[in-house]
Design a binder for this molecule. Structure first.
Ligand SMILES: Nc1ncnc2c1ncn2[C@@H]1O[C@H](COP(=O)(O)OP(=O)(O)OP(=O)(O)O)[C@@H](O)[C@H]1O
Ligand SMILES: [Mg+2]
Length: 241
C-alpha cells in the first residue's frame, strides 16, 4: 500500500492553475523528494497532503484512508498522523528545547511523565542535542533549531513526515551535517518522508525516490539514478544548473 495516493488532484488560486490533475502514489517507508523550481506548486502539494488546503478536484488517500476529496477536507490535519516541518519552524520561544518537544506528547497523549521523558531522551540523543535541552530556541543556532523542530514532530511517531525546504536557511556546512542526520530517519523511525526542495543535489543526496514537478504537473518520477540519467529535456536542463 502507498503512504500517499493522489488521484487527479487539481488546485487553482484566483483562476491560475497551480496543480494540474496530479496522479501520484508514494511508497510507504521511503524518503521521497519533490523537486521543482520556485512557483512549481511544491508547497501547495504539501499543504494539500497535510490537509491545510482542499483540492478543487480529485482524491487524497493517506495510508489507505480517504482524507480529502473534491472541495472537502474529510480528515483534519491533526488526525492525519502526519507531522510537518515548514520553513518557519514555529518553535515556541518561551519554552525550552525539552518543553518544546514535550508539548505535543502532553497535549495529544495521556502518557506518564517518565514515559514522556524517555521518548524525549531518545530524540535528544539521536539528534545530538541533549546538551541544549534546557535552552530556549533563541539561544540555539538555526541548525540546532531545525533539529528541535524535527525531533518535536518525530516524537509523536507520525506515519508521515512532510518537510518543506527545511534546510533552506542554513549555510553549506550545516546543511551537510543535518543532511547526514536526516538521511536515515526513515530507517530509524519507520516513518515515510516527503521532502520538498528546489535543490537537486539535496534530492540526490537524501531521497530514495524523486518526483520532478513543473508548472503543477509531474514531469518524471524515479530513483536518483533514474533522474540523473533522464532523457527528458526539462529534467536534464533542471539538474544541469
Ligand atoms: N494562497 C494562495 N493564494 C494565491 N496564490 C497562491 C497561494 N498559494 C500559492 N499560490 C501561487 O501558487 C503558485 C505555486 O506556489 P507554491 O508555493 O506551491 O510554489 P513552490 O513550488 O513551493 O515555490 P517555492 O520554491 O518558491 O517555495 C505560485 O504562483 C503562488 O504564487
Ligand atoms: Mg514553497
Amino acid at each position: 500500500m502507498s503512504i500517499v495516493s493522489l488521484r487527479q488532484i487539481s488546485k487553482s488560486f484566483s483562476h491560475a492553475t497551480v496543480l494540474n490533475k496530479i496522479d501520484l502514489d508514494l511508497t510507504k517507508g521511503a524518503f521521497t523528494a519533490i523537486l521543482g523550481s520556485s512557483g512549481s506548486g511544491k508547497t501547495t502539494l504539501l499543504r494539500l497532503i497535510a490537509g491545510l488546503e482542499k483540492p478543487d478536484t480529485g482524491t487524497i488517500h493517506i495510508n489507505g484512508r480517504l482524507v480529502s476529496n473534491e472541495n472537502r477536507i474529510l480528515v483534519p490535519p491533526a488526525q492525519r498522523e502526519t507531522g510537518f516541518i515548514f520553513q518557519d519552524l514555529a518553535l515556541w520561544p518561551h519554552l525550552t528545547v525539552y518543553e518544546n518537544i514535550a508539548l505535543g506528547l502532553r497535549i495529544k497523549t495521556d502518557r506518564q511523565e517518565a514515559d514522556i521523558a524517555a521518548a524525549i531522551g531518545k530524540m535528544l540523543e539521536f539528534f545530538g542535542i541533549a546538551e541544549h535541552q534546557h535552552k530556549y530556541p533563541g539561544q540555539l543556532s538555526g541548525g540546532q533549531q531545525q533539529l528541535v523542530a524535527i525531533a518535536r514532530s518525530l516524537v509523536l511517531e507520525p506515519k508521515l513526515l512532510l518537510m518543506d525546504e527545511p534546510l533552506a536557511n542554513l549555510d553549506v556546512k550545516l546543511k551537510a551535517k543535518i543532511r547526514r542526520q536526516i538521511k536515515n530517519l526513515t530507517r530509524q523511525f519507520s516513518v515515510s518522508i516527503i521532502y520538498v526542495t528546489h535543490d537537486h543535489h539535496e534530492a540526490f543526496n537524501l531521497a530514495d525516490e524523486i518526483v520532478v514537478i513543473d508548472s503543477g504537473s509531474v514531469i518524471e518520477r524515479g530513483t536518483p539514478e533514474d533522474i540523473k540519467n533522464s532523457q527528458n529535456t526539462f529534467v536534464r536542463e533542471f539538474i544541469e544548473v
